[in-house]
Design a protein around this ligand. Structure first.
Ligand SMILES: [Mn+2]
Length: 343
């Protein structure tokens, strides 16, 4: 299909062994097979990750498990998956939250589990620098599922976590459309916030059903939504190490082999159409001009001075100048009409 990248996790590509050593041998064998295949094609590795949630040992979490042996098994597995990603020239290493969360607070020490998650992430960052891995480390926010409450709930929550452990300059986010919807946000909200916080990394463009309440991982099919998402990606400066991944699966009744091909082909076309619309929108500049005009007051000397003032001085100023602001239209309908002209 000519896709420029692929992604994988360990459980995707190797059979589960009897123990950690056998898992590692199985992974190393298939990674060497991949490496040979990659020499004769242009397909590159966007990211690798470790599946620390499917096997029953991860039932109560990986890094955040109450059993330190599970933490150890998980740390060792992350090392092997980072090695595999590095060996294949991966552009990023993703840490999926998996089961990092809880089912009931009755048996959960959230403060302790958070410390464990912070330490695991720091170890991954330390190891990245030790082996000279140049790619980005990414966290994928998700609010629920498989656990009732996931610790990496959304972009804002992940940023608070990164700040707490001093990792906001080291770790970025891999944002999934479906997970944004599950968190009660729009995809572009999550992308815009990641851009504003300087932690935008990569995207999973698979969408969620708006009524389901669970993670449906469907191929994208909505050009207007995709355009607004890529608009934020372009405003963030585009991808640096990141890219577009479909962490998607077919619907249960899509039985034919061609359904799998059509899912990917259609999704790539939707993304291409969305990206083109986003580029037109940004080049044209009308939307940004409207936004700039709305905040223009903050670029005046008076507006700038407010950010360095204090309550008492501002009160004196408001009284002396009899400041009495009139509301101005947010012009939402005009902006919605404008966006539709690019699609
Ligand atoms: Mn998902």
């Amino acid at each position: 299909m000519g896709a420029p990248f692929f992604c994988f996790h360990d459980a995707d590509v190797r059979p589960e062994g009897q123990n950690f050593a056998e898992n590692t041998r199985n992974l190393e064998e298939i990674v060497e097979y991949f490496a040979a295949k990659m020499e004769s094609c242009d397909t590159k590795l966007l990211w690798g990750t470790a599946n620390l949630f499917s096997h029953r040992r991860f039932m109560s979490g990986a890094a955040t498990n109450p059993d330190p042996e599970v933490f150890a098994f998980s740390a060792a597995t992350i090392k092997t998956c980072m090695d595999a990603t590095h060996r294949l020239g991966g552009q990023n290493y993703v840490l999926w939250g998996g089961r990092e969360g809880y089912e009931t607070l009755l048996n959960t020490d959230m403060g302790r589990e958070r410390q464990q998650a912070g330490r695991m992430l720091k170890m991954a960052v330390e190891y990245k620098h030790k082996i000279g891995f140049k790619g980005a480390i990414l966290i994928e926010p998700k609010p629920q599922e498989p656990t009732k409450h996931q610790y990496d709930y959304d972009v804002a929550t992940v940023y608070g976590f990164l700040k707490d452990f001093g990792l906001e300059g080291e770790v970025q986010v891999n944002i999934e459309q479906g997970h944004a919807i599950l968190a009660g946000h729009s995809f572009e909200h999550e992308l815009a916030l990641a851009r504003a916080l300087g932690i935008f990394g990569s995207i999973d463009m698979n969408r969620n059903d708006y009524q389901s309440g669970w993670d449906t991982d469907q191929f994208p099919s909505n050009v207007p939504e995709t355009a607004l998402a890529y608009y934020e990606v372009l405003k963030a400066g585009g991808f640096i190490t990141g890219g577009t991944n479909f962490d998607a699966k077919l619907r249960r009744q899509s039985l034919d082999a061609e359904d799998l091909i059509l899912g990917h082909v259609g999704a790539m076309d939707v993304c291409a159409a969305g990206l083109k619309a986003a580029a037109k929108m940004l080049d044209d500049g009308k939307l940004e001009a409207e936004r700039d005009a709305r905040y223009a007051g903050w670029d005046t000397p008076e507006g700038k001075a407010l950010m360095h003032s204090d309550l008492e001085s501002i009160m004196t100023q408001v009284t002396a100048q009899d400041i009495n602001p009139e509301p101005k239209s947010g012009r939402q309908e005009r902006l919605e009409n404008l966006v539709n002209r690019y699609l």
